[in-house]
Design a protein around this ligand. Structure first.
Ligand SMILES: Cc1cc2nc3c(=O)[nH]c(=O)nc-3n(C[C@H](O)[C@H](O)[C@H](O)COP(=O)(O)O)c2cc1C
Length: 368
C-alpha cells in the first residue's frame, strides 16, 4: 500500500474531526498506525471508551437566549478559549517531520492549550518556543529524583503554566497490535527531553521474584513522590490517569490542583472501565468547583459536550491529534481543532446551552 506524504492543504473531503481518523491510514505506515491506534491487551478498554459516548444521547432544548454565549473557561489559572486541550502524545516525529513543533503551531493558531509530553521527539524548549498560547508540561517521574527535578525546572523556565503528572502507566508494554505489526521506535527518535536522564536500572532479583513486580515496579512513583513533587514547584500540579474516587479524594487532600480522569486512551490497564463512566463518581467525590478534565475516546464536539455534561470542565484530545498531524501537519491539527470547536458550538446551539456552565447531566439521556 502507498503511504502519501502529508498534504499541504486541507483535504476537501474532511468535514468532521473524526474524518481524520478514517483518512489516517493513507498517511501513516502500518506499524506506526498500529502503535498510534492500538490499545493494551485485548483492547476492551479502548473499545469501552468509544462505546461509552455512544450510550448517551443529548436532549434538544428550545428557545434559549444565546446573546451571552461563550465557550470560555479558566482552569488551574490558565484561561481557555474553548474546553478541548491537546493531550500529551509522545514521539510525534513518527507522524510528521515537524512533529511537536507543528502541533504547537496549530495550538497557537487555534488558541488551544497544548500539553507537551515528557516523551516528545523535540525538546520541551523547542515546543514551547513554537506557541505563545497556553501550554502545560506532562511529567513522567524518572528513576532518579534529580532527573525529575531537572525536567520540572526546565518546564518552569520554558514558560509552561502547569505540570501534568501522569500516574496511570508505571509500566507500559508495547500493544499487541503494535508488536504484531513490527513497530519499533527508531533510535534517532528517542525522547529529546531525556537525553541526560539515567534510564531504568536492572534490579538484581532474588530467586522467585518477578521482573515486573519487583524489578520495573521498584522504580515506579508512590504517594510519597507526589508529596515531594508538590513541594518542588510553584506551578499547579494536575494528576493524569485517575479512575477511582478514593484516589481522587486523596490527591485533592494532598494539594493536587486538578485531575484528569483517564485510562491512557485504553493503553494501560485493559479491562478498566471507560473514563466517561468513571467521571460522575469522581466529580461527586471532588465537588463542583474542583478542576476536573477527562480524556479517552473523544472524536467529536458532541463527545466533548457529553463529557462536560458528565462532569468534566474540559477534555483532552489524544489520537485525533496524531491522525490530523500525519494527514496535513500543523494545518491538519489546526483544522481538526476548528472542526471540533464548530461541532461543540453546533451542539450547544441545538441543546440550548449558551455557556459551558449550562452543560449538565440534565442535558443527557441514556445509560450513563
Ligand atoms: C500514541 C500515543 C502516545 C501517548 N503518549 C503519552 C505520553 O507521552 N504521556 C501521557 O501522559 N499520555 C500519553 N498518551 C495518552 C494520551 O495523552 C491520552 O490519555 C489518550 O490518547 C486519550 O485517548 P484518545 O486517544 O482516545 O483521545 C499517549 C497516547 C497515544 C495514543
Amino acid at each position: 500500500m502507498t503511504i502519501h506524504p502529508p498534504l499541504e492543504q486541507i483535504p476537501a473531503d474532511i468535514l468532521s474531526a473524526a474524518d481524520y481518523e478514517t483518512r489516517a491510514a493513507d498517511y501513516i505506515a502500518a506499524p506506526t498506525l498500529a502503535w498510534l491506534a492500538g490499545g493494551s491487551g485485548t483492547e476492551q478498554t479502548l473499545r469501552a471508551n468509544r462505546e461509552a459516548f455512544a450510550s448517551l444521547q443529548i436532549l434538544p432544548r428550545l428557545l434559549n437566549d444565546f446573546r451571552q454565549a461563550s465557550t470560555r473557561r479558566t482552569l488551574c489559572g490558565t484561561p481557555l478559549e474553548h474546553p478541548a486541550l491537546l493531550a500529551p502524545l509522545g514521539h510525534q516525529r513518527l507522524l510528521h517531520t515537524d512533529g511537536e513543533r507543528a502541533v504547537a503551531r496549530a495550538a497557537e493558531a487555534t488558541v488551544t492549550c497544548l500539553v507537551a509530553s515528557t516523551l516528545s521527539s523535540l525538546a520541551m524548549e523547542e515546543v514551547a518556543a513554537a506557541t505563545s498560547g497556553p501550554k502545560w508540561f506532562q511529567l513522567y517521574c524518572q528513576p532518579r529524583r534529580d532527573d525529575t527535578l531537572r525536567l520540572l525546572h526546565r518546564a518552569e523556565s520554558a514558560g509552561y503554566q502547569a505540570i501534568v503528572l501522569t500516574l496511570d502507566a508505571p509500566v507500559q508494554p508495547l500493544s499487541r497490535r503494535a508488536q504484531l505489526a513490527g513497530f519499533r521506535l527508531p533510535p534517532a527518535l528517542a525522547p529529546a527531553n531525556l537525553v541526560n536522564c539515567e534510564p531504568l536500572q536492572q534490579v538484581a532479583l532474588k530467586p522467585g521474584q518477578s521482573i515486573l513486580l519487583h524489578g520495573m515496579m521498584s522504580e515506579a512513583p508512590g504517594w510519597i513522590d507526589v508529596d515531594w513533587l508538590l513541594t518542588q514547584t510553584r506551578l499547579p500540579i494536575i494528576v493524569k490517569g485517575v479512575s477511582h474516587p478514593d484516589d481522587a479524594l486523596r490527591l485533592k487532600a494532598m494539594g493536587v490542583a486538578g485531575q484528569i480522569v483517564s485510562n491512557h486512551g485504553g493503553r494501560s490497564l485493559d479491562g478498566a472501565p471507560a473514563s466517561l463512566h468513571c467521571l460522575p463518581a469522581i466529580r461527586a467525590a471532588l465537588g463542583a468547583d474542583y478542576p476536573l478534565l477527562l480524556d479517552g475516546g473523544i472524536r467529536s464536539g458532541t463527545d466533548i459536550f457529553k463529557a462536560l455534561a458528565c462532569g468534566a470542565d474540559a477534555v483532552l484530545i489524544g489520537r485525533l491529534q496524531g491522525y490530523a498531524l500525519a494527514v496535513a501537519g500543523a494545518l491538519g491539527v489546526a483544522h481538526m481543532l476548528k472542526l471540533l470547536r464548530d461541532e461543540l458550538e453546533l451542539c450547544m446551539a441545538l441543546a440550548g446551552t449558551p455557556t459551558l456552565d449550562d452543560i449538565t447531566t440534565r442535558c443527557l439521556t441514556g445509560d450513563s
